[in-house]
Design a protein around this ligand. Sequence first.
Ligand SMILES: Cc1cc2nc3c(=O)[nH]c(=O)nc-3n(C[C@H](O)[C@H](O)[C@H](O)COP(=O)(O)O)c2cc1C
Length: 251
Amino acid sequence: MLDNPIIKAMMNRKSIRKYTDEIPSDEVIETIVRAGQQAPFSSQMCSLVLSRDRENIPYQAPISFLFCVDSHKLETIMEKKGWDLITNDIFLFLMGIQDATLMGENMVMAAESLGLGSCYIGKIPYEADPLANKYNLPKRVFPLIELVMGYPDESPPPRPRYPSDFVLFENEYPEFSEEQIEQAMKVMDEGYLAQDYYRSGNRMIKLKGDREETYTYDTYSWTEHISRRWGQRHESLDKLRGQFTKRGFKI
Ligand SMILES: Cc1cc2nc3c(=O)[nH]c(=O)nc-3n(C[C@H](O)[C@H](O)[C@H](O)COP(=O)(O)O)c2cc1C
């Protein structure tokens, strides 16, 4: 693999969940956001709400950004131009997610370059409506994800990733061999176990229903974690759909 300062920074980035008391200056914040804005965009369908309310920010980070998919600004401009938006909300929203996500990752890397760390918080869509009320968001603005940020007070190792042959396929999607799947699972599980990731953060997801617990922190790792996470949470669509409806999106 080739190496240069940008690749190095990307390969060394990790989510930070412990922060010092140092407060990022306004200049640092403005630089990070401006660099974020320079990400590729579909229609700049993203707005950020900055919070410095450390007590209420996950991991007591000094600042956080609430990333919102924002069709309000787009529609305001279109109205001035004499146009109605007729694109369906699912396609519009998919584009908006990408605008927000690309901006977010630009901000993550800009922050890294200035010595800050960050961590995304993913539960936000389920709290979209209360957050909208708290921050006075107009309709057609949907809180998507939170990015907490500050100066790191921990230095965990970079986390494992799937082997490249489980991610990049040339010309066609392959039929996975048993060994390939086993190898991908092994890389992830052994990688996280070697870092004691789940034990150190007490991150084991409890089993629901009548499944019997057979794992300890000596064996519990990434593939078990994602299976429990996506196999026993957030089944109902209604609650989430309600959040979209309240925010004025037809999803
Ligand atoms: C969409 C998304 C949602 C996430 N939600 C959370 C979260 O709620 N809490 C958390 O501690 N980390 C969260 N993360 C961070 C991931 O756990 C982290 O990126 C992943 O474990 C890989 O670790 P790394 O970022 O250190 O490489 C989220 C990341 C993404 C991209």
